[in-house]
Write a protein that binds this ligand. Structure first.
Ligand code: HEC
Length: 406
């Protein structure tokens, strides 16, 4: 009897181990990054800040700037929230719901998402946290959003309800200085609580919608305030610097700062696109290729543009003016702008490079450049063109442009 019971207890675990082993030996699944429609949360890979852990609708992936994403671990749950331990880069926490329905409670991984264990169901759980935070001041202190705020003081094993959150909270961040201090980005503004979520007060003077808040290990507070821009403060956070304002009608939803290089910031835009800054959030580039596209490369590609493209597409891609009669073809079309003003950003990098190399089938004036420049140089010119774009164009590039047509 006894041995039979232990076999029936062990067997499912054994099968899981075998399955995990098989999945491992079969090699991890790698897909095109733009096939991932829902990125719920991101964190930077400590060993390579150009790569990002992505908590998605179907498990966790590790992205690369070449446009690929590789599955991490075997879970395919909808991970609604995910947060790394600021003091231990191998430890992740996550929550969400499985494909089969119900809620996951709180999961923990000690091997960067390769395997997960369930820590707790949460208070009145199982919960499905849509936002989570781990304190940089006390790694045992965790916060989660499930209706109101829940708090754990023992590393996520037990939870209790702390009280209501500001109305429509989108994002939580824990202070790096004080374990009892937690921030909430909400429709009515950025808020802070110094008593574990019992009471809240405004943290940013203007009560405009705050879509995200993130605190770095060193106590820098990043927040996006709709209508203001990306703002940065220093804990305890009284003065704010506006790092960039030009977001158009788009906004970032999640943000990650490289621990070794605070100028390298990645965000997930509301369109689902990954957008990167290499200067602390002052200007933005596309995540794709950002590690390859040095300022020198972009400057050299700018000179290629001036030599081969500017005569038609204008200085800095402003386009040919319709009054340039000589520029019109028989249908009245001219060389379109390649900056934000026309629809160059409706095309993916591959499509743009394809037009440069192969020309336009509709207009022979857009000649094929494939005999003039190698493919890599054409891709570099695409990088130059994209350096003329604002956050909105980067967030709306390619197939995502449909989401921006209103
Ligand atoms: C002699 C004029 C001329 C030159 C030189 C030229 N183009 Fe064009 N380009 C055009 C015209 C005209 C079109 C519009 C084609 C069409 O409507 O199909 C076009 C279209 C494009 C498009 C597609 C834009 C869109 O929104 O669909 C891209 C990208 C482009 N050009 C890039 C370049 C680059 C990069 C260079 C330099 C390497 C270059 N072009 C050189 C005339 C030119």
């Amino acid at each position: 009897m006894r041995s039979r019971r232990s076999i029936s207890v062990l067997l499912p675990g054994l099968i899981l181990l075998i399955l995990a082993g098989l999945a491992h030996s079969a090699g991890a699944e790698t897909i095109a990054l733009d096939r991932i429609a829902h990125i719920h949360d991101i964190a930077i890979d400590h060993s390579d800040p150009s790569r990002l852990y992505l908590a998605t609708h179907s498990g966790m992936f590790l992205s690369a700037p070449d446009g690929t994403a590789t599955r991490v671990g075997a879970v395919t749950h909808d991970l609604m929230s995910f947060v790394p331990d600021p003091g231990n880069s191998d430890r992740f926490y996550a929550s969400g719901h499985p494909e089969s329905g119900g809620n996951l409670g709180i999961l923990m991984s000690d091997d960067r998402g390769a395997s997960w264990q369930r820590l707790s169901g949460g208070a009145s759980g199982p919960v499905d946290f849509h936002a989570m935070a781990v304190s940089g001041a006390d790694p045992g202190r965790l916060y989660g959003m499930y209706g109101g705020l829940q708090v754990s003081s023992d590393g996520g094993r037990t939870w209790r309800k702390a009280g209501p959150l500001p109305e429509r909270t989108f994002s939580l961040a824990a202070s790096a200085r004080d374990a009892d201090t937690v921030y909430a980005a909400a429709i009515g503004g950025l808020h802070v609580s110094s008593d574990r979520g019992r009471s809240w007060r405004p943290a940013f003077p203007q009560p405009r919608p705050a879509t995200l808040v993130h605190v770095t290990a060193k106590g820098q507070i990043f927040a996006f305030i709709y209508g203001v821009g990306l703002v940065v403060g220093e804990e305890p956070g009284t003065g704010w610097e506006v790092r960039s304002r030009d977001f158009g009608d788009r906004y970032p939803l999640k943000l990650a700062v490289a621990p070794t290089d605070p100028d390298r910031i990645h965000v997930v835009a509301d369109t689902g696109a990954l957008v990167t800054s290499k200067d602390g959030g002052r200007s933005w580039v596309s995540y794709l290729g950002h590690d390859r596209e040095t300022p020198e490369l972009v400057a050299a590609a700018g000179r290629t543009y001036e030599e081969y493209c500017q005569a038609c597409h204008g200085k800095k891609g402003v386009g040919e003016r319709p009054e340039d009669m000589h520029g019109q073809d028989q249908y009245g079309f001219v060389a379109p702008p390649l900056d934000n003003s026309s629809h160059g950003w409706h095309h993916s990098d591959t499509q743009l490079a394809g037009t440069i190399l192969n020309g336009s089938p509709r207009n022979p004036r857009m000649l094929p450049f494939k005999d003039i420049m190698p493919e890599e140089q054409a891709r570099n010119v695409v990088a130059y063109i994209k350096s003329l774009w604002n956050f909105r164009s980067l967030a709306c590039q390619g197939a995502r442009h449909m989401r921006c047509m209103h």
